[in-house]
Design a binder for this molecule. Structure first.
Ligand SMILES: O=C(O)CCC(=O)C(=O)O
Ligand SMILES: [Fe+2]
Length: 225
C-alpha cells in the first residue's frame, strides 16, 4: 500500500523543524547506504547525535507514533532511527532497494514500510520526486511540505535528481506488527470503517462491538508481538 498522510507536521511545527536543521552539521549520505545503494546515493545527512539533533529526532518520532492514520496503516512495532537528508546540485538517490534488516541490538528491525516526510515546499526545488515502482505501475510523488508518504520497503524506488533548490526530507523505516501488506490493508479498511461508524452508531452498539471484536481478533491471528 502506498499512502500519503497530509500535514503530519503543521506549518508551525514545520518551521520549528527547519529552523532546528539550520544548527546541525551535514555529512556525506553514502556512509549509511547499503552496498548496492552506495553507488547511486548522492546527498547529505544531518548529524543528529548532539542535543539539538536528539531533540529533533524525538519531536518527529512523537508526531509519527502519535498519528492515528500512521498507526492504522502501518501497525508499527518498531521505528528505525530517522535520517534527515538534504539533496541539491543534481544530487539524487538512484533506483535501489532498502536493506531488509536494519539497526543493531534492540534497535534491530525488519523493514516492512519505508516513509518520507517531505520538509521542503514542492515549488522551492526542481526534481526530487520520490518515484516508487509498484507491481504494474510507477508512482511519482512530490507532496507538500509536512506531508508523509508511506510505501512498501519491498519496492524499487528512487529520488530523482534535484536540479535546482534544496530538497529536505526525513526518512525512516517501520517494522509492522503485521508483516503481510494484504492483511495490513484489510485492517486499515476495517479501522476506517470503524471511524466512520463511530459517528453513526452509539457507543456500545452491537454493530460497533462486533467490529471491535473482529479487528481485535484479526490482530490476535495476524500480529507478531
Ligand atoms: O528521500 C526519500 O524520499 C527516500 C530516500 C530513500 O529511499 C532511502 O533513504 O532509502
Ligand atoms: Fe530507499
Amino acid at each position: 500500500m502506498l499512502l500519503t498522510v497530509s500535514s503530519l507536521l503543521d506549518p508551525a511545527e514545520l518551521a520549528d523543524v527547519t529552523s532546528a536543521l539550520d544548527g546541525l552539521e551535514w555529512k556525506d549520505g553514502t556512509a549509511t547506504a547499503g552496498r548496492s545503494a552506495r553507488s547511486v546515493k548522492q546527498n547529505l545527512q544531518a548529524d543528529l547525535r548532539g542535543r539539538a539533533g536528539q531533540d529533533l529526532h524525538e519531536q518527529i518520532l512523537r508526531k509519527l507514533t502519535g498519528h492515528p492514520v500512521v498507526q492504522a496503516a502501518a501497525r508499527p512495532k518498531k521505528f528505525s532511527r530517522l535520517v534527515i537528508s538534504q539533496t541539491a546540485d543534481g544530487g539524487h538517490y538512484g533506483n535501489h532497494t532498502d536493506n531488509a534488516i536494519m539497526g543493531k541490538g534492540t534497535g534491530r528491525l525488519r523493514t516492512d514500510i519505508s516513509f518520507t516526510l517531505f520538509l521542503s515546499p514542492p515549488d522551492s526545488y526542481e526534481g526530487g520526486e520520490l518515484v516508487v515502482d509498484l507491481p504494474g505501475y510507477t508512482q511519482t510523488l512530490k507532496p507538500d511540505a509536512g506531508d508523509l508518504v508511506l510505501y512498501p520497503s519491498s519496492s524499487i524506488h528512487q529520488v530523482a535528481p534535484v536540479t535546482s533548490g534544496i530538497r529536505l526530507a526525513c526518512v525512516g523505516w517501520i517494522e509492522s506488527l503485521v508483516r503481510d501488506s494484504f492483511q495490513r490493508e484489510i485492517l486499515f479498511d476495517l479501522e476506517n470503517l470503524r471511524a466512520k461508524m463511530r459517528g453513526q452508531y452509539p457507543q456500545g452498539s452491537a454493530e460497533l462491538l462486533t467490529l471491535d471484536k473482529s479487528i481485535a481478533n484479526l490482530m490476535r491471528v495476524w500480529a507478531e508481538t
